[in-house]
Write a protein that binds this ligand. Structure first.
Ligand SMILES: Nc1ncnc2c1ncn2[C@@H]1O[C@H](COP(=O)(O)OP(=O)(O)O)[C@@H](O)[C@H]1O
Ligand SMILES: [Mg+2]
Length: 328
């Protein structure tokens, strides 16, 4: 049975559970003992913060101790560190090369990379290099933003100047797309062959996470996913966000080289990405199945929770007993 180590497990209960169902033995790690996904794995371990110099060594020790063959990072936080440490972790790390990871983490560098590779991207400028004839509306976007944070829409020069002054983080200015936004959850093998790409609509998002959406049969978007991932040399899972402009062309606005926030939807649609990841870890070379998924499935999300109790040594465990009766 393959051992899979999840880093920065956080709230990604959905992903840990899907790997279990796919037959993996799961080990979840996080720095925070209240990360719910820890308690949904077969085993869990606490690790130092990603910025700690011993982070990689701690993971390496866990790989050895738990006979791990695959490492799956669940947030963006440690992509740079893990991508650089690929060769000394002792297990397969599903991430592209460090320069790609770095570029995708910075929206300005990502834009420059897309332009260089001929991938459609909305016109984007650094604040001190704006053209005089700028067409509005535009967005002020934090270069290192995530979860829709640090994004301000400006309809005229006055607002643009206000938000550039207001923004506390390093920002850029981007043309506002007018078309519909789509999200594509895809998976590439170790040679960056795209094995499948599942597009979905963004019916409703909250705090940058899609909470309502639908898988769609759209060959053009499947091709956008394939082309973009193979051109950039992605490895493992990725989520590509793009707009379809009124003229039918596509503009890529954001790529996360990890499982997307809406992971359960492509999974329900038959993506079988956990199975593909396990196959790669086992040295297999699965064939691409582009377009092989179920369209027309909706996802609508709700909150979940986990109740934990602390034992005498402070260790937290799921509190499995029945809820106490109110005293009369
Ligand atoms: N150029 C754009 N035009 C219109 N809307 C945009 C544009 N860029 C981003 N957005 C909107 O803002 C959201 C968050 O932007 P995104 O670039 O995906 O950053 P992140 O998800 O990292 O916060 C997108 O899902 C989209 O709805
Ligand atoms: Mg995004």
């Amino acid at each position: 049975m393959s051992g899979v180590l999840f880093t920065c497990a956080g709230q990604r209960v959905d992903i840990v559970t899907a790997f279990k169902r796919a037959g993996a033995r799961t080990l979840a790690t996080d720095v925070n003992r209240l990360a719910p996904a820890l308690y949904h794995a077969d085993a869990h371990a606490f690790v130092p913060a990603v910025s700690d110099p011993t982070y990689v060594d701690a993971l390496h020790a866990l790989v050895h101790e738990h006979e791990i063959s695959l490492i799956v990072p669940l947030t963006d936080l440690d992509h740079g560190v893990l991508s650089r440490a690929k060769d000394r972790l002792g297990a397969l790390v599903l991430l592209p090369a460090p320069e790609i990871v770095d570029a995708l983490a910075d929206k300005w560098l990502a834009h420059c990379l897309f332009v260089e590779k001929g991938i459609g991207s909305p016109a984007t400028w650094l604040p001190d290099d704006l053209p005089d004839d700028l067409q509005f509306p535009v967005l002020v976007k934090a270069r290192l933003g995530f979860g829709s944070r640090g994004i301000y829409r400006c309809v005229d020069r006055r607002q643009l100047e206000f938000f550039l002054d207001y923004a506390t983080e390093d920002s850029m200015v981007q043309t506002c797309c007018r078309g519909e936004e789509f999200s594509i959850d895809l998976f590439c093998d170790l040679d960056s062959r795209c094995l499948n790409a599942v597009p979905r609509t963004m019916i409703e998002s909250k705090g940058g996470e899609s909470i309502k959406g639908m898988t769609i049969a759209d060959d053009e978007l499947v091709e956008v996913g394939r082309h973009v991932s193979e051109t950039l040399g992605l490895v493992g899972p990725a989520n590509v966000q793009c707009f379809r402009e009124p003229d039918g062309t596509h503009r890529v606005t954001d790529i996360n080289p990890r499982f997307g926030g809406a992971f359960p939807l492509p999974t329900a649609a038959g993506s079988r990405y956990p199975e593909l990841a396990l196959a790669l870890a086992a040295g297999e070379r699965p064939d691409p199945r582009l377009g092989d998924y179920r369209a027309g499935l909706y996802m609508t999300r709700f909150f979940g929770e986990l109740i934990l109790s602390a034992g005498e040594d402070g260790t937290l465990e799921p509190f499995a007993e029945e809820l106490p009766q109110p005293s009369s």
